[in-house]
Design a protein around this ligand. Structure first.
Ligand SMILES: NC(=O)c1ccc[n+]([C@@H]2O[C@H](COP(=O)([O-])OP(=O)(O)OC[C@H]3O[C@@H](n4cnc5c(N)ncnc54)[C@H](O)[C@@H]3O)[C@@H](O)[C@H]2O)c1
Length: 445
């Protein structure tokens, strides 16, 4: 029986684990399996990434070179662009991107292409797991028929499951091995074997009754965040109207030990998950005639935040009899969250673009991001690339307005405050003590 066959290989650690897509999710995953003694093969379309891994050069902050070197030197891990090696794998885990199209519909092309490679090289006796975030039904509506078309039967020739990734880049406390893993198979055998597999590298595995439940679980989690951030953003604007400090309110509310969870306002959603994933859910629901109003409203509020930030700066400049047009704006932090280099969907891009569309001269400082490029399809400003500037005294002093978009911990905010003329703080980076002692004009979200 296929179930017992794969289980035995997992228990004996003789199973070969293939991971398709060695990005933020796939790279730490294959390193975990290889470090636990499994043979790991990473499959990449990007030859530069495959070469970097084989040379033990990490391009993901959370995965140190030494961890990769250990796996490569022990012969337990390799990366390749040769997908025929999928045939050597007992388990194949798909970790490819799931972006949105310009129309905000799911872009399934990466999953389809990874599925097609598996279809081409699969053999009886394999477990395939999808980890990419996607709408409920992807695993059994798209992947299962692909493999069946190749002549293989579920439960007889292959097993199939979905297990969402919850990695939080830059989080030193929670990484792949200590984040509980939800697993749902297409059928009981798939759930059982996929759960056994993850229990080799993760301390807490939670099995659910189907791949669809696991797919929906991930989207529920991220929709919960998008909606709560939307509420925090709306409350920040509301508090601003009433002249109340929104950050102080959240801090106070967060003292309640039950029934409250703090979410914070900011310049907009960023990253590969929160701005995109709710669209996967609402798109699927729409196919079934259901319109998710919460998701739409949160999207409307969150995507309006960059404009709100620019308005705060424009109003403050106006009070100083200055126009945005011709003003020098220094953006502090452009990554989508603090202390990482990830620029995907970063709201700072929209903030910069909106300032430039109004004629501002925008510069930025971000120790993690050497260059920022713009997708011309989405820009209304000039769309020219920008390059990180050293945070010199002159750079700070010469800015008409400093806008803190990302609160990297390495930035000396006391110095920024001392030298600035005006600061728009969208992240509560400046504490009360700093603010009280500042001569700069400070506008907070
Ligand atoms: N980054 C996160 O924090 C995070 C968290 C949870 C879930 N996810 C989800 O995990 C999935 C992967 O995200 P990521 O952040 O690792 O993306 P990523 O862009 O960092 O990595 C994806 C990798 O897949 C490679 N790739 C693309 N198509 C391929 C193919 N056909 N075959 C082989 N390799 C291919 C790319 O070159 C890239 O290296 C997405 O669905 C994402 O939503 C991401």
């Amino acid at each position: 029986m296929i179930k017992d066959q794969i289980k035995k290989r997992i228990e004996e650690k003789t199973a070969c684990i293939g991971v398709i897509g060695l990005g933020y999710v796939g790279l730490p995953l294959i390193v975990e399996f290889s470090a636990k003694g499994f043979q790991g093969i990473g499959f990449e379309v990007d030859k530069l990434k495959a070469d970097a891994i084989n040379a033990a050069n990490s391009y993901i902050v959370d995965v140190p070179d030494e961890d990769i070197a250990k796996c490569i030197d022990s012969g337990k891990m390799s990366a390749t662009t040769d997908f025929s090696k999928l045939n050597d794998c007992d388990v194949v885990i798909i970790c490819v991107p799931t972006p949105l199209r310009k129309t905000k519909d799911p872009d399934m092309s990466y999953i389809l292409s990874a599925g097609a490679e598996i279809q081409k090289y699969m053999r009886p006796g394999q477990l395939v797991i999808l980890e990419s975030t996607t709408y409920p039904g992807t695993t059994d509506e798209i992947l299962q028929p692909m493999f069946e078309k190749a002549g293989y039967k579920l439960n007889e020739d292959f097993l199939l499951a979905f297990s969402p990734e919850r990695v939080d880049p830059g989080n030193p406390q929670y990484q792949t091995h200590n984040i509980p893993k939800v697993v749902g198979g297409v059928g009981e055998d798939s759930t059982e074997v996929a759960s056994l597999l993850y229990s080799q590298i993760v301390s807490d595995v939670h099995s659910v009754s189907s791949a669809r439940v696991a797919e929906a679980c991930k989207l529920w989690e991220n929709t919960f965040r998008a909606i709560n951030i939307g509420m925090a953003n709306e409350m920040a604007k509301l508090c601003g109207t009433l002249g109340i400090d929104a950050w102080e309110v959240v801090k106070a509310a967060d003292t309640k030990p039950f029934g409250f969870m703090a979410f914070y306002p900011g310049p907009g959603l960023g990253g590969h998950c929160i701005p995109l994933d709710p669209h996967y859910l609402s798109w699927k629901a729409r196919q079934h005639g259901f319109d998710s109003q919460f998701i739409t409203l949160a999207e409307e509020i969150n995507s309006g935040m960059p404009k709100y930030v620019v308005k705060l700066a424009a109003d403050a400049l106006n009070d100083d009899k200055k126009a945005v047009n011709g003003s020098k704006i220094l953006i502090l932090g452009v990554a989508y969250k603090n202390d990482i280099d990830d620029m995907r969907e970063s709201p700072a891009l929209s903030v910069i673009d909106l300032f430039r569309a109004k004629g501002a001269d925008v510069v930025y400082h971000d120790p993690f991001v050497p260059e920022v490029t713009f997708d011309h399809a989405y820009t209304i400003g000039d769309g020219e690339p920008l390059y990180n500037q050293d945070l010199t005294d002159d750079l700070i002093e010469s800015a008409d307005c400093v806008v803190i978009c990302t609160a990297h911990k390495t930035i000396d905010y006391t110095r920024v405050m001392e030298l600035s003329n005006m600061i728009v703080d969208t992240r509560n980076a400046l504490n009360k003590e700093m603010r009280d002692s500042s001569k700069a004009r400070i506008v907070r979200l």
